[in-house]
Ligand binder design. Structure first.
Ligand code: ADP
Ligand code: MG
Length: 259
């Protein structure tokens, strides 16, 4: 990690945030975006962070990613590798083929050509795009582009995946399929995932634990363990019940903020 506030995590936590505070700007214009956030993600755990727009979800993820620094508190990551990152926009290189895009992190890691080719093929099979290696991003649907972005992120071979509304721009059916894919890959690779979304149903569908952030400043106000057996369906009554519970807390919070 490049951030000086980031230190190797312990064996029992993949990601550890302790009393993290983030302020944007200075003086009269200062915005307190996060206020004393403490949160641990266990190895292999899938944690979803939900909250209203502007509550500091992306801020928190960017701090964990080392893209920005907190004003207070500590962030620790297991191992010394940077986490994998995925955003709402796939951010692929338009001039490269799908193969070329997935190969970028492997090149950066200095893997020899033959090994890179084998790994690209394996990663594209993992995201069910085995036949699309030679196509370019503009020829693909939004869901396929996010699959390529996922394959490229997996090419980093990092145990921690940070995802900021990665399926937010996709239609419900495509999102549903990608939930299944992500759940399978997460469980096969024993990844630790910190997944940000404002979609409470998506959180209940995916997470081992759902964490709710309050509106500005962002503070953790509620956390619930999701014990529903996997694989899950987003339209199941169990998922709906958890989603309703979290939505109720969120509604109370937004109401409190509006007063
Ligand atoms: P979310 O992802 O939950 O929608 P963000 O983390 O993007 O929220 O933003 C949290 C708060 O911090 C918002 O009020 C936003 O306007 C503010 N903010 C985010 N980034 C910056 C920045 N670079 N400079 C100033 N304010 C920012
Ligand atoms: Mg955001």
């Amino acid at each position: 990690m490049t951030s000086t506030t980031t230190t190797p995590g312990s064996a029992t936590t993949a990601v550890a945030l302790s009393d993290v505070t983030k302020v944007y700007g200075r003086g009269a214009n200062a915005v307190l975006a996060l206020d004393g956030v403490s949160l641990d993600v266990a190895p292999g755990e899938f944690v979803c962070l939900v909250g209203a727009s502007g509550c500091g979800k992306s801020t928190l993820l960017n701090l964990v990613a080392g893209l920005d620094r907190p004003n207070g508190g500590q962030i620790a990551l297991a191992g010394d590798a940077s986490p994998g990152l995925m955003f709402q926009e796939p951010a692929l290189f338009p001039w490269l083929t799908v193969d070329g895009n997935v190969e970028v992190p492997l090149k950066l890691r200095g893997l020899p050509r033959a090994e890179r080719r084998a790994r690209v093929a394996e990663l594209l099979r993992t995201v069910h795009l085995a036949d699309f290696g030679r196509t370019r991003p503009h020829e693909l649907s939004g869901g396929m582009r996010q699959r390529v972005a996922l394959a490229r992120t997996l090419a980093l071979d990092t145990p921690v995946l940070l995802m900021d509304e990665p399926f937010g721009a996709l239609d419900a059916m495509t999102r549903d399929i990608l939930h299944d894919e992500l759940e399978r890959i997460w469980s096969e690779r024993k990844l630790s995932v910190l997944f940000v979304t404002h979609n409470v149903r998506e959180a209940a569908r995916l997470a081992d634990r759902v964490i709710l952030l309050s509106s500005r400043p962002g503070r953790i106000i509620y956390s619930t363990t999701v014990d529903i057996p996997r694989p899950r369906r987003i339209d199941s009554p169990e998922v709906a019940a958890i989603a309703a519970e979290v939505t109720e807390r969120l509604r109370t919070e937004v109401g409190r903020h509006a007063e």
